[in-house]
Design a protein around this ligand. Structure first.
Ligand SMILES: NC(=O)c1ccc[n+]([C@@H]2O[C@H](COP(=O)([O-])OP(=O)(O)OC[C@H]3O[C@@H](n4cnc5c(N)ncnc54)[C@H](O)[C@@H]3O)[C@@H](O)[C@H]2O)c1
Length: 323
């Protein structure tokens, strides 16, 4: 069984620790705060506990490190772990600069280690369904994708809506379209706190001509977690706020009738709601990481895909700041 350590036991880390305790050998738990660590010493008595990240890295039998600490610490901790020869699963985003992410990707490639960003939404069975519909040609040629991630709150002080919310949709849009955007622009405003944009609109254009849009906001009357894919033949919506209709496929499209003079009309057919599995996306993410560590699958692709997300985030941030 793979020996795994989890660092950062705040809000999110315990979910990772629970899953790795089930799926692998949770060998170490680590948190910089003794108070934060205390309840987990009792919950995972078989795991060694430490407040010092370096202490667990010194354990030569430890194979993989999972990092769920605050975003600004990700790059340094991931770098240390890779340098110590450990496979790394690091919460999103693994770095705040494209150059830092490229350095991590190169380090992992040099040592043939896994560097996997925790892009949870990619493991959502609803997103997997969208991918299947797109790759299987069910929607026809994809023209555009747009994401809505809005709510009233949680107002964050140190991450803007682009980094806090946009990282999810961006990872999914790039995964679905499997292309790097050639244009990435953003507009937004910091209404509540100087320099922390709470409303952001992003535009992406891809070499194939596809376009994408993201509306990210914590100043909104609607709670929306929705992604819409418009194809030439059909359209599909993934709505994570829905309990039973996570994915809806609309047999709707523009249409030219053969017997007329070629003017565009529209066609509205059936609306189909496929059954979507209720598997826990985090468990699927952890299983994928363990498979990559075990040598199953392309371990360098997840790192390169993660680098594409960080690079796009950086370009969107530059555009946002340029106004
Ligand atoms: N994938 C998701 O859906 C999802 C959801 C929530 C959070 N996250 C991510 O998880 C990460 C953590 O978020 P959170 O909300 O749990 O944060 P948090 O602030 O609640 O917890 C972070 C913990 O890390 C500890 N820590 C800080 N520096 C450390 C270090 N150098 N070594 C060891 N421990 C250290 C802190 O003491 C704290 O207990 C963030 O990157 C966040 O983006 C992901």
């Amino acid at each position: 069984m793979t020996r795994v350590a989890v660092a950062g036991l705040g809000h999110w880390g315990p979910n990772l620790a629970r899953n790795f305790d089930d799926l692998a050998e949770l060998a170490w738990i680590c948190d910089g705060s003794a108070e934060q660590l205390a309840p987990f010493r009792r919950r995972f008595p078989q795991a060694k506990a430490t407040e010092r990240f370096e202490e667990m890295l010194a354990d030569e039998t430890l194979e993989a490190v999972v990092i769920a600490t605050p975003v600004p610490t990700h790059y340094e901790l991931a770098k240390e772990a890779l340098e110590a020869g450990k496979h790394v699963l690091v919460e999103k985003p693994p770095a705040m600069r494209g150059a830092e992410m490229d350095e991590l990707v190169a380090l992992a490639a040099d040592r043939d280690l896994v560097l996997m960003p925790g892009h949870l939404l990619l493991y959502h069975p609803g997103v997997q369904k969208l991918k299947e519909l797109i790759d299987g040609g069910e929607l026809g040629e994809v023209l555009c994708v747009y994401g809505n991630r809005q709510n009233l709150g949680i107002v964050r002080a140190n991450e803007n809506a682009l980094w806090s919310l946009g990282v999810h949709d961006l990872s999914v849009i790039l995964y679905l379209l499997d292309e790097e955007p050639e244009v990435a622009t953003a507009q937004g405003r910091d209404f509540l706190q100087d320099g922390v944009e709470d409303v952001v609109f992003c535009y992406l254009r891809f070499p194939s001509g596809k376009i994408a849009h993201m509306h990210l906001s914590w100043l909104d009357p609607h709670k929306m977690r929705r992604l819409t894919v418009v194809g030439r033949d059909k359209m599909a919506v993934f709505d994570d706020m829905e309990l039973e209709r996570k994915v809806t496929i609309y047999d709707k499209a523009p249409w030219k009738r053969a017997e007329t003079y070629g003017e565009w009309q529209t066609r509205s057919g059936d609306i189909f709601i496929p059954k979507i599995a209720t598997s826990e996306p985090l468990r699927l993410e952890c299983e994928h990481f363990l498979r990559l560590v075990g040598g199953d699958g392309d371990r360098h692709k997840v790192a390169r895909d993660g680098a594409m997300v960080v690079s796009a985030l950086e370009r969107l941030t530059d555009s946002l700041r340029a106004g």
